[in-house]
Design a protein around this ligand. Sequence first.
Ligand code: COA
Length: 329
Amino acid sequence: MNGKFRAVVAGTGSSLPAKVLTNKDLEKMVDTSDEWITTRTGIRERHVAEEGQGMSEYASAAGRKAMEMAGVGAADLDMIICATVTPDMPIPSTACFIQHQLGAKGAACFDMAAGCSGYIYALAVAEQFLVSGSCERILVIGAELLSKFLNWKDRTTCVIFADGAGASLLCRGDSDRGVLATILKADGSMADFICLPGGGTLHPPSEKTISEGLHYIRMRGNETFKLAIRSLEEVSRDVLRKAGLQPSDVDLFIPHQANRRIIDAVGSRLGFEEDRVFVNIDRVGNTSAASIPIALDEAVRAGRVKRGNALLFAAFGAGLTWGAAVVRW
Ligand code: COA
């Protein structure tokens, strides 16, 4: 104990839709190939939700598992933060739907839109409420159903993005475990690199926005790619320095699963051997804000995270936003 409260991750959970879409399936839908997708992205298959399903049911399922692992009941939650860019609907926040589904009446609820960096942003915000003493237990969820906003004729996006939810139950603790440092960054001048232009106040939904395809996600992938590698390396080094650690102290690097080539490049620049980098993009695809909490849950349940381990999370995405966090397990 160093006299300071910390935000301790006491439980993790994740939930993926049952339906799996393979690269071979995509070959039948759009001009692409298994070989292109595998070598350029590392993705082999991804999970996609069914028609009529909303994001909240996956978010709640992930949240329930995190609460079970932590031994925390719904009545004990002070706050639910849902990091997402694919809410159930624009009003109200999906966190409110999740609260109702979990039976966590009274918990404060809001969504956080920070693209693929959403989980890191939500973690950093939750940490502030916990270390200040304002909250005792916060459920942080990253959840997306990106498939609902994909143009299945646009091969530059539909092969990459996917659906899923991950959750972390954070408790206020007084040990040396927990969130050690976070850094959040953004540059709005590149907002058009990854965007979904329609459906907001600038382009409210209309026949015109539909016919022009403004309700689909767009990405300038190649330009984003180079920026992502540089920014992820820099923010990872900075957050480790802030935590008083070196890259050599990191036991497991859990990066946003955007592209296998980005993960490999950042991992090698930071000097991480393969077994210090967690990768599930081959099975899960790019689930934006859900990707780190899903990966964390898989790593925890696979026994790859041990008490006392130093974990490094780093993400980059729409905004543009990026950020990183160091957690002592
Ligand atoms: N199947 C086959 N060919 C495809 C394709 C697909 N699914 N998608 C694009 N191509 C083609 C392009 O049309 C282009 O063809 P051309 O050379 O004839 O013009 C060629 O492949 C190369 O395209 P490019 O966009 O340069 O490929 P890339 O190597 O940059 O890979 C991404 C594309 C999207 C996979 C990659 O840029 C990426 O992952 N970007 C970063 C994404 C990111 O980090 N986002 C932020 C977090 S979500």
